[in-house]
Ligand binder design. Structure first.
Ligand SMILES: C[S@@+](CC[C@H](N)C(=O)[O-])C[C@H]1O[C@@H](n2cnc3c(N)ncnc32)[C@H](O)[C@@H]1O
Length: 226
């Protein structure tokens, strides 16, 4: 059974305080989470002074990597559904005395991206959201020319035996992963909404990095788009 939005919020409220520690446990199975985060941030091709939005930012584990790219004159906007995860992110921001981070509590599916942003990042979050296609579409429309949308996430590897797939779901269930998420393919939405994309398999195909680059000026929002 998958999780509805309220169940997600409850789950991440329970996880929030220990999230950073729990996320690190995946190192025990050789998942080089930090290196993958760094790869994702590198793919954004951000420059000092630019603005980046992180979708499903959680406790802000990527913020220091993003800060190194955009610097104090740039801006980081972190959006997340769960108050308790954002509270952890707030604590990080206060501790680091960053004044260029804005945190927004919202369902990413309902979020209106600011226009002409330079980058959008989502790590281990977008596949959890049933409306991922809409988010990628809206993100693609909001990016400035050469702006990049980068997704780092987990997936079901091709040709994976079903028992191993079920084991993968059990291991990641503490983060709300469910069997039906295997049917969600955000990298296909990236190909739909960006003319230039790249896709890199990581960790034996259990994870991937998907990059889309905006090549034209953003289109105006059309009335009635979904
Ligand atoms: C596995 S955590 C990943 C957090 C962070 N991106 C990271 O890499 O550590 C997934 C996050 O997605 C958030 N999330 C789930 N559904 C969401 C939605 N519809 N809109 C915005 N955030 C959502 C959860 O609250 C949680 O913080």
């Amino acid at each position: 059974m998958g999780f509805n939005q309220e169940a997600f919020i409850q789950l991440y409220r329970r996880r929030a305080k220990n999230y950073n520690f729990t996320a690190n446990l995946y190192y025990l199975i050789g998942f080089r989470e930090y290196a993958y985060r760094q790869m994702a941030v590198n793919e954004l091709h951000l420059k000092p002074g630019q603005t980046v939005v992180e979708v499903g930012c959680g406790t802000g584990l990527n913020f220091s990597l993003l800060q190194r790219e955009v610097g104090p004159t740039g801006k980081i906007i972190g959006i997340d559904l769960t108050d308790a995860m954002l509270e952890q992110a707030h604590q990080r921001v206060r501790k680091e005395r960053w004044v260029n981070v804005e945190l927004v509590q919202t369902d990413a599916a309902a979020y209106q991206f600011p226009q002409l942003i330079n980058g959008i990042l989502s790590t281990f979050a977008i596949t959890l959201i049933p409306e991922y296609d809409r988010i990628i579409k809206h993100g693609a429309e909001a990016l400035a020319q050469k702006g990049r949308f980068v997704i780092l996430d987990i997936k079901r590897p091709d040709n994976l035996p079903y028992w191993l797939f079920r084991l993968g779901v059990i291991i990641t269930k503490p983060f709300g992963v469910s069997v039906e998420m295997a049917e969600r393919h955000p990298w296909e939405a990236m190909q739909k909404y960006f003319r230039a994309t790249s896709h890199t398999k990581l960790f034996g195909g259990f994870a991937y990095l998907s990059v889309g680059e905006a090549q034209t000026q953003p289109r105006n929002f059309q009335k009635g788009h979904n």
